[in-house]
Design a binder for this molecule. Structure first.
Ligand code: HEC
Length: 447
């Protein structure tokens, strides 16, 4: 539904080559120029930086999962020739933190995240120094051995949990070699007859599909228990989700799963592609202490709004729960006028804390930011979550398809959306005290 809207906008941009152009020549580049000053000064310009000794390991660790034959990146970044040809763009993309793709501010809020692909400032400075020194190759003997990538046909969490109890497959879809990007939203039976607690989830594209499956989300439809919201979220590079011990994310019995797969034609014909979701269940007699669910929280109170032509807007949603809670993950959602979103906590005593901020939103990517166990925010009754979104309908927003339109909330291309998916563990007062104390103990023992 909603993403079909972006599909058309993005396709239009992609068709006209506008998106690529804007990424290449728009504000990104100016930003790159400004920021490279900061990174250049951080690098010791005198020490020689070479591809084989310094850059190849960085590309292996941060880029090749997507930039190799048969993956979603538009070109491989495996050899010196690959990297040399793209060196200026590589520099810009890492300095602006557009690559590796992960929209999350690194100077406010919680920074300890699971599956965090962001590059260190040091590695960025190394890339900048390499390009500024003329991108030398260096001694071939310094070249690290190629990475042995995990078997793409295997579930990676199988090492930890064995084969999944249930595998849900999207219905086959043909992705042409050339064309506009597209969304595929089949609804299939989950094959779980009665309510169960999920232990872990892994979404896995097919081997050929890795080249074209940009991201894939999944939601429950129907079933005996109403579970609002999402089963899981996926973008290449993510391994899976493990539900915190003691909590239950319910798989509703007899339910169906609706996929929301973003395919991106990438030069190869992929016939009958299927995305698989592996689900590991707790035993039937598992007695969880708490319920965890992944549901949608609005930023506009569910009401409408208008963003004027060439104008901007801010919307805000305030949420609270009738029990203490722990926030396990956060995933902002918007279309092309959304430029930033934040999540704050307003404590009952009046203090505010910024939890997370995304000030470089891109509707091309959908990432769930999963907090490390020791920092996942704990909220007592009376504490509130404030979600704020900023929209830019001017030409300064490089993703804006048409600044002269009025934009309202809705599912279509031209419309905007404003919500966030938050995985919440619903605690009781005793559990809240226990988790708070355990965390304090760990902090003390670390000092
Ligand atoms: C999660 C997958 C993924 C990872 C990891 C990733 N990329 Fe990309 N990259 C893409 C995709 C998809 C595109 C094309 C769409 C876009 O620009 O967002 C792209 C585009 C690019 C481009 C622009 C190509 C052009 O046509 O102008 C460059 C340069 C680039 N990536 C470099 C890198 C570097 C360097 C790294 C590691 C530091 C990296 N990428 C990590 C998926 C990835």
């Amino acid at each position: 539904m909603l993403d079909l809207g972006i599909n058309r906008v993005m396709s239009r941009m992609a068709t006209s080559g506008m998106l690529a152009m804007l990424v290449a020549f728009g504000s990104g580049q100016e930003l790159a120029a400004q920021q490279s000053v900061q990174f250049a000064s951080a690098s010791s310009a005198d020490a020689e930086v070479t591809f084989t000794a310094d850059i190849a390991p960085i590309l292996q660790a941060n880029c090749q999962v997507c930039h190799q034959e048969g993956a979603i990146g538009p070109m491989p970044l495996m050899t010196y020739q690959d990297a040399r040809r793209w060196s200026a763009r590589i520099r810009n993309m890492v300095v602006t933190r557009e690559m590796p793709p992960y929209q999350y501010d690194d100077d406010v809020g919680i920074q300890d995240l699971k599956y965090d692909p962001r590059m260190s400032d040091e590695d960025i400075a190394t890339v900048v120094a390499w390009v500024e020194q003329g991108s030398p190759e260096g001694d071939p003997n310094d070249m690290p051995p190629p990475v042995v990538w995990p078997d793409p046909t295997a579930f990676r969490l199988a090492d930890q949990f064995g084969e999944p109890d249930v595998i849900v497959r999207s219905t086959p879809y043909d992705v042409p070699a050339v064309g506009q990007d597209r969304w595929w939203q089949p609804v299939v039976d989950a094959g779980i007859p009665a309510d169960r607690c999920i232990r872990a989830i892994e979404t896995k594209p097919s081997v050929e599909g890795r080249a074209v499956a940009h991201h894939a989300n999944s939601n429950w439809v129907g079933g005996t228990t109403r579970v609002q919201g999402m089963l899981s979220e996926y973008a290449l590079g993510k391994i899976g989700e493990i539900i915190p011990e003691g909590a239950c994310r319910t798989a509703p019995g007899g339910a169906q799963v609706r996929f929301d797969i973003h395919y991106w034609p990438n030069g190869v014909d992929v016939v009958d592609d299927q995305v698989e979701i592996g689900i590991w269940l707790h035993p039937e007699d598992y007695e969880p202490e708490y319920q965890q669910n992944l549901t949608l929280y609005y930023l506009n109170g569910g009401r409408g709004y208008d963003i004027p032509p060439n104008g901007t807007l801010m919307t805000r949603g305030i949420h609270q729960w009738d029990t203490p809670v722990r926030l396990d993950s956060w995933q902002p959602h918007g279309h092309t006028r959304l430029v930033a979103m934040s999540m704050e906590i307003l404590r009952a005593n009046g203090r505010t804390e910024t939890v997370s901020m995304v000030s470089n939103w891109s509707a091309l990517w959908h990432h769930s930011h999963i907090y490390d166990d020791d920092v996942a925010p704990l909220l007592d009754v009376g504490d509130k979550v404030i979600l704020t979104g900023w929209y830019d309908n001017t030409e300064n927003n490089r993703y804006n398809p048409d600044p002269d339109q009025w934009v309202g909330i809705g599912d279509r291309t031209a419309d905007e959306m404003s919500h966030a998916w938050i995985a919440v563990t619903h605690l009781d007062e005793e559990g809240f005290q226990k988790l708070t104390e355990e965390r304090q103990q760990r902090l003390i023992s670390q000092d």
